[in-house]
Design a protein around this ligand. Structure first.
Ligand SMILES: Nc1ncnc2c1ncn2[C@@H]1O[C@H](COP(=O)(O)OP(=O)(O)OP(=O)(O)O)[C@@H](O)[C@H]1O
Length: 635
């Protein structure tokens, strides 16, 4: 289901005036300064409108279960379109994507300063607290696939121009610039230690918030509300790492400037009493100081119904403005009453171009230079020792790969980058230490392999308990029903590679065998049962081929829903029946005792094998005589 539809569907829940008022289109931000020493941009101008660039799929919703599919939902198409972009400058060998805002730059430098002052002790203490480079805030709760047995190769997005185009399109504010001087490897290493890079790079302003133009683009209602600081109650719904918390953080920043309180709770650890305390405080602030309170609840779906009910009257009377963030479909996870008082904002997986922009901002902030792999001469081949030259480089294809493998999750991308750079720099330091050489900030190259290792997990992100689980099984079911073996295999692999339980898929195949193939090929059911048992015997990964065989068999098999429909007709007939159900005709009853025989049980029954001709006998109750469930739905 396209995002627009989801939004319009959810808009019905609004108390707010849903009519978006268009803001005067803000012009592009002024170009930022280019770092010294870079050759001027080879500008091949095209234009890229953010809205068109972000024609991303809406997260399909399981709300739209089609008949007979129980837990399935329609799927949305994934489209991306680009209209234009700016080509990047191409300094000799090293490439610096131009002029991105550097929200985290100051923070990174401060960190580096602190690290430098306090040395490794603090760093290890922070790592010990679980901050770790790749840690990510929600690393623990995310379900990863079963590892990286088969890592998909990134597609052919590797061109420098396309990367830069994406960067230019998404990083519109142009306020920042890369480091004006080259940083030493050790300096970069210190910047990266401690907090996850994703946290350090969290933007503070809407200008630095990349992508998500459908939700907060220049012409959206939400954008104008945010800019005028008229914050409505919101539910931010989107996949992990797409910027829900970041958007809340930006709102918080803005609110503070307007003396609005911003309180954050996480539903993973907050108790109902915590919520009550916040509400009480909000009431006091409102009555004594006329101060508004915004309450941000991360992972609001983790609150149960009664906990969610706690907010209801206070959102209603304006004591608090609620902002909830959730990865789960709010139609199922948020109370309907609460939902109807909030505006639901659907955030989408960040497209690759947006990911590149986010990564490039971090890379620029760190003073790392991107190496253009297509150029024959590169700075690594020069033997200059000038301290003004960059010392850490990253392959351009490594940036692309990272953007691809992050699957629209900026946290994964940024923390993967952090791990890759840290691992490389640290191993170099170790090497120097072991070999007795002085550790010098000479040139280090981060390669595509480094980032792949940095990710250390399957790039197939698949939430076995959430939305993706239902979306993928639905897509598999529909692909088989549509007799598309190739698509069927694709969805099967998406699930298995993402760590889905093979028995879950096998159970669905058993159901499919009867529901969609039925008597068109009666051997489908034994196939499915055999696949189920086979999976049970041998488990993953060996059983994947059993499932693949069965899935292709089913996709190619003839289909019949005759039995399935007829049975549904019978069920409908029973459900719609008014009054007591008709008795079983006496002649069809068994008569094991004399009394029953005396009562007429079994009387007049014609035992079919005794007849050579077709037997004229009724089998339905009297009042259903003549009903054919294969032909009619109601009786
Ligand atoms: N739209 C964005 N623009 C710029 N940076 C972003 C954006 N989205 C995410 N990021 C970066 O990714 C990091 C993680 O994003 P964030 O915490 O907002 O994700 P989330 O959607 O709340 O994820 P989760 O559901 O896992 O909590 C941020 O700290 C920020 O550095």
């Amino acid at each position: 289901m396209p995002a627009a539809h989801i939004n319009s569907h959810l808009d019905r829940c609004l108390l707010l005036n849903p009519a978006g008022h268009a803001e005067p289109a803000a012009g592009p931000h002024g170009p930022g300064e280019r770092p010294k020493g870079l050759s001027p941009p080879r500008t091949k101008r095209r234009r890229l409108s953010e809205s068109s660039a972000l024609k991303q799929p809406a997260t399909p919703t399981a709300a739209e279960s089609s008949e007979g599919e129980g837990e399935e939902g329609d799927d949305g198409g994934e489209t991306e379109s680009r209209e234009s972009y700016d080509a990047p400058p191409t300094p000799s060998g090293a490439r610096l994507i131009p002029d991105f805002p550097q929200p985290g730059e100051e923070r990174l430098r401060e960190e580096a300063g602190r690290c430098g002052r306090r040395g490794g002790e603090r760093v290890s203490a922070e790592l010990g607290r679980g901050g770790g480079a790749g840690g990510g805030r929600s690393g623990g709760r995310r379900r990863w696939g079963r590892g990286c047995r088969r890592r998909g190769r990134p597609g052919p997005l590797g061109s420098r121009r396309r990367r830069a185009a994406a960067a230019a399109a998404f990083g519109a504010s142009g306020a920042g610039r890369a480091h004006s001087r080259a940083l030493a490897a050790e300096e970069i290493r210190q910047m990266l230690e401690g907090k996850p890079l994703a946290d350090k790079m969290r933007p503070d302003t809407l200008q630095d918030y990349i992508g998500q133009s459908r939700a907060v683009g220049q012409e959206t209602l939400l954008r104008s509300l945010l800019e005028t600081n008229e914050i409505p109650s919101l539910i931010l719904w989107g996949p992990p790492g797409c910027g829900k918390t970041t958007l809340a953080h930006i709102i918080a920043n803005n609110s503070k400037k307007h003396s609005i309180r911003f309180v954050t709770l996480s539903a993973t650890n907050a108790k109902t009493n915590d919520v009550r305390d916040v509400i009480k405080q909000a009431q006091n602030e409102k009555s004594f100081f006329k101060r508004k309170t915004i309450l941000f609840i991360d992972e609001i779906h983790r609150f149960n119904k009664s906990q969610q009910d706690t907010f209801l009257p206070h959102v209603e009377c304006g004591t608090i403005t609620l902002i909830g963030a959730t990865t789960e479909n709010p139609s199922f996870q948020v109370n309907a009453a609460l939902l109807s008082r909030c505006r639901v904002i659907v955030l989408e997986k960040l497209p690759v171009e947006a990911m590149v922009t986010i990564l490039m901002r971090a890379i620029n902030s760190l003073g790392i230079h991107v190496l253009d792999s297509s150029r024959p001469t590169d700075p690594l081949s020069h033997s200059s020792n000038s301290s003004s030259e960059p010392s850490v480089f990253i392959e351009d294809k490594a940036v692309d790969t990272l953007a691809y493998l992050s699957d629209g999750d900026a946290r994964i991308g940024l923390n993967g980058l952090q791990l890759a750079v840290l691992a490389r720099l640290s191993s170099r330091k170790m090497f120097c230490k072991k070999s007795g050489q002085a550790y010098s900030p000479s040139r280090v190259l981060i390669t595509e392999n480094d980032v792949k290792e940095g990710l250390q997990k399957s790039h197939i992100l698949y939430d076995r308990a959430g939305e993706e689980h239902y979306n993928c099984i639905s897509a598999l079911h529909k692909s088989m029903r549509g007799s598309d073996p190739s698509a069927s295999l694709y969805w099967l692999a998406r699930m298995l590679e993402g760590g889905e339980d093979p028995l879950y898929v096998a159970r669905r195949l058993v159901r499919f065998a009867s529901e969609d193939i039925g008597l068109a090929d009666p051997s489908a059911l034994p196939q499915a049962v055999a696949a189920y048992q086979g999976c049970h015997f041998i488990g993953m990964p060996e059983c994947e081929v059993l499932l693949a065989q069965c899935v292709v068999y089913f996709a190619r098999a003839p289909k019949s829903i005759e039995v399935y429909s007829a049975y549904n007709n019978v069920k409908a007939c029973l459900r719609n029946h008014q009054g007591p159900l008709p008795p079983v005709p006496l002649h069809l009853r068994n008569a094991p005792t004399r009394l029953m025989k005396d009562l007429g049980y079994g009387k007049g029954y014609k035992y079919n094998p005794m007849y050579s001709e077709p037997v004229d006998q009724e089998y339905l109750p009297e009042e259903l005589r003549g009903v054919d469930f294969f032909k009619q739905r109601r009786c």
